[in-house]
Design a protein around this ligand. Structure first.
Ligand code: C2E
Ligand code: CA
Ligand code: CA
Length: 701
């Protein structure tokens, strides 16, 4: 029987229909009302069912054999009962001869003659497999999506175009204190006070206003304030997106309460200005205070004195009694000095054993009176656990406007005068231009350093860094050492600063890099694949040739860049942020990892760090060393770890001196640690021995 044979009066409509249906993807068929005879089946049947049309002509019910067993009963029942009435509309699966499954939608209706008697059943079947697959995928993704929404810790809120809340997840319940049932259908400004919407303009309009004014906001983040059920408001960060579903426009906000983070940022901001040990303003803050005093002096036509005080032989106290007692002395000194001054005078700890004072004065002689007073309060010995300790300070004085017009120049000149006091064993000295020529000790030291660099008095020690999760040694920090033929070991804190101020840091860094790369290469060859971290200074970051020099050295020593790390301080970056940024980006692009050193005592601009291509931060040892005893320091360390992790940065704690601190850091999620507890800085030979004896698995095992 020919498949194209339509048993219909041979009019032209029949011909057109035949041509059309032969080319449509749908299958058309026609039977007698009893379905004992297949009158027509279009060729699409063959394509979709994978069976021949002849079979169907021969046995009109054979299409049923292809139906998936799970759907068979339903479809047969419907075909029997619904086709004559015209309500037949079924979706079902068929199994093709090759075993593949297709989804079919079948519809059928009666065809009546002029007297209204049903004499044919006509039907259409179409392949809806694609649509079914898409629906399934959509269902799955929606299931996954709503799963994510319900478990997300972040608050997720959805509103419709009328700004009514349509979704409120568990996270939102926690953040706002409402149950979902209490807020669904309520206006959005129940949660986000309208005031906030106005002040945050565009972003917020997207999350509430009509679709005309709303723009698609993508995942842009804005800061808004939310209101809890109890009426309290809190700062929040939200990313808002506009989207539509089934023609309806919806706005979704993912919202996070950032109260804690803001508090932590404030705490860190505070650190940027205060010395954690003595609670006195730090150098940065001192600078600002001095600058302001100068402005006031200028305005009132009055001089201002800047005093710098250094404690003689403090280093010895630290070395012989331990730095805990050293710290205690510094705190006592801070207290005494503060007490000796008037409330309008400002005192700061400039770093190490150096203090600074700013005084509004009427005449330079007034500064002498204050200097004498300060010397006087330092005369009586400090009681260190029953031991009387004498501390003699040296003071240098510089006066605005005679000796300088900026905080910088006054500080520097007071410093020169202070060295003169120290050398001459005098209590205090007023700056005078000829003091500069009488080489202060600093300059002498620099001459020696230059010679030291040239004649090989400098070398490196290495301090291991351990991963607290993997319990492995993951790197070493190279620390420079200077063995002076007469002075003995000069600590880096004594010569790095002056070297930075004069440019001698350039050759010093070169030396350190060469030495570190030589050692690293030797380790790699000996099977110890361990990265070495080198400390950089401001000057290195500001030298545009520096990255190229580093690249050359890496090549020359054939050390892969991932074996070199660089530590930079925040103040190093801030000094000239643009240039520093460029250098950092270049170094990072070369594959060198970068760490922010001494984190917490600098400017700590977190948003800034976010823009920098750094990999980790090293929490300054002054916080870590006091974690065991100071709740405040623990809080700072915890906040810093959380913040850094939020920014995708690794955290290294330095100055870990005992097991307790190590464990605490581990529990706070700190990534790595460095400190005397694990190992002091040691020579390369000692390091090899240490690595084989220590409980920490070396990186190369
Ligand atoms: P830093 O980069 O913060 O180096 C860590 C300092 O902490 C080292 O002092 C190290 O000996 C000390 N340290 C390590 N663990 C502990 C601990 O558990 N407790 C205590 N109290 N201290 C610990 P070091 O070697 O005296 O270096 C002092 C600073 O000198 C360094 O601080 C760094 O800023 C600078 N420095 C050292 N070597 C270089 C260098 O090659 N280049 C530059 N530019 N600076 C360097
Ligand atoms: Ca360092
Ligand atoms: Ca450090």
């Amino acid at each position: 029987m020919g498949s194209s044979e339509v048993k219909q009066p041979g009019d032209w409509e029949g011909e057109i229909t035949r041509q059309l249906v032969a080319h449509l993807r749908e299958v058309f068929w026609m039977t007698d009302p009893e379905k004992t005879e297949m009158i027509y089946i279009s060729p699409g049947y063959q394509e979709i069912w994978g069976r021949s049309c002849e079979d169907l002509y021969r046995s009109p019910r054979s299409w049923i054999d292809a139906i998936h067993p799970d759907d068979m009963e339903r479809v047969v029942e419907a075909a029997l009962t619904k086709q004559v009435g015209g309500e037949y509309d079924e979706e079902y699966r068929i199994i093709r001869p090759d075993g593949s499954i297709r989804w079919i939608r079948g519809r059928a209706f009666p065809v009546r003659n002029e007297s209204g008697v049903v004499y044919r059943i006509a039907g259409i079947s179409e392949d809806i497999t694609k649509r079914k697959e898409m629906e399934a995928a959509l269902r799955e993704s929606e299931a996954r999506f709503s799963g994510i929404i319900s478990i997300a810790a972040d608050a997720i809120i959805m509103v419709n175009e009328a700004q009514r809340i349509v979704l409120f997840n568990k996270g939102a319940e926690q953040v706002f204190g409402y149950q979902a049932s209490e807020v669904i259908g309520q206006p959005l400004d129940l949660l986000l006070p309208l005031r906030a919407i106005e002040t945050h303009g565009e972003y917020l309009r997207a999350f509430g206003a009509s679709s005309e004014t709303a723009r698609f906001m993508g995942s842009r983040v804005c800061k808004i304030s939310g209101r809890r059920k109890d009426g309290t408001e809190f700062p929040a960060e939200a990313s808002i997106a506009k989207w539509s579903r089934n023609g309806e426009t919806l706005y979704t906000a993912v919202l996070r309460d950032i109260t804690e983070r803001e508090r932590a940022e404030e705490a860190i901001q505070h650190l940027a200005y205060f010395d954690p040990l003595t609670g006195l303003p730090n150098r940065t803050r001192f600078h600002e205070i001095a600058q302001r005093a100068i402005l006031a002096g200028q305005y009132e036509g009055k001089p201002v004195a800047v005093l710098v005080m250094d404690l003689d032989r403090f280093k010895e106290i630290n070395d012989t009694l331990g730095h805990h007692r050293g710290d205690f002395v510094l705190q006592q000194v801070g207290l005494r000095l503060k007490k000796a001054l008037r409330p309008t005078d400002a005192i700061a700890r400039l770093g190490g054993d150096e203090f600074g004072v700013v005084l509004p004065i009427a005449a330079p002689e007034d500064a002498f009176v204050v200097a004498q007073k300060l010397l006087k309060v330092m005369e009586s010995p400090f009681d260190i656990e029953g031991l009387p300790i004498n501390i003699e300070p040296s003071i240098g004085i510089a006066v605005y406007p005679d000796h300088g017009e900026s905080a910088d120049s006054l500080l520097q000149r007071a410093d020169v005068a202070m060295y003169v006091s120290k050398r001459g064993g005098r209590g205090y000295t007023l700056y005078a231009p000829d003091l500069d020529r009488h080489s202060p000790r600093r300059l002498a030291l620099l001459g020696e350093l230059r010679r030291g660099i040239e004649s090989g008095q400098l070398f490196l020690h290495y301090q291991p860094k351990v991963d607290l999760v993997l319990k492995r040694v993951v790197g070493v920090e190279a620390l420079v050492r200077w063995q002076h033929p007469e002075l003995g070991r000069v600590p880096p804190d004594r010569f790095i600063g002056p070297a930075e101020q004069t440019g001698l840091i350039g050759p010093l860094t070169q030396l350190v890099l060469k030495e570190a790369l030589t050692q690293c290469q030797a380790w790699i060859q000996g099977g110890k694949r361990i990265p070495v971290a080198v400390n950089l200074s401001v000057r290195n970051l500001q030298d545009p040739r520096f990255p190229d020099q580093v690249a050359e050295m890496l090549q020359a020593f054939s050390v892969p860049p991932e074996f070199l790390e660089m530590e930079i301080t925040e103040s190093g970056i801030m000094a000239d942020a643009e240039t520093a940024m460029r250098t950092i980006t270049r170094l990072s692009e070369m594959g060198i990892s970068l760490a922010i050193d001494d984190f917490g005592i600098g400017y700590s601009s977190l948003s800034y760090l976010q823009r920098l291509r750094v990999d980790s931060i090293k929490i300054d040892r002054s916080f870590v060393m006091n974690m065991r005893v100071s709740e405040g320091d623990r809080t700072i360390v915890r906040a810093t770890i959380d913040l850094a992790h939020n920014l995708g940065l690794k955290v290294v704690a330095e100055g870990v001196e005992d097991q307790e601190t190590l464990e605490k850091l581990t529990s706070l999620g700190c990534d790595a640690a460095q400190g005397y507890h694990t190992c002091r800085p040691i020579s390369a030979e000692e390091f090899a021995r240490w690595a084989s004896d220590s409980p920490w698995t070396p990186a190369w095992d």
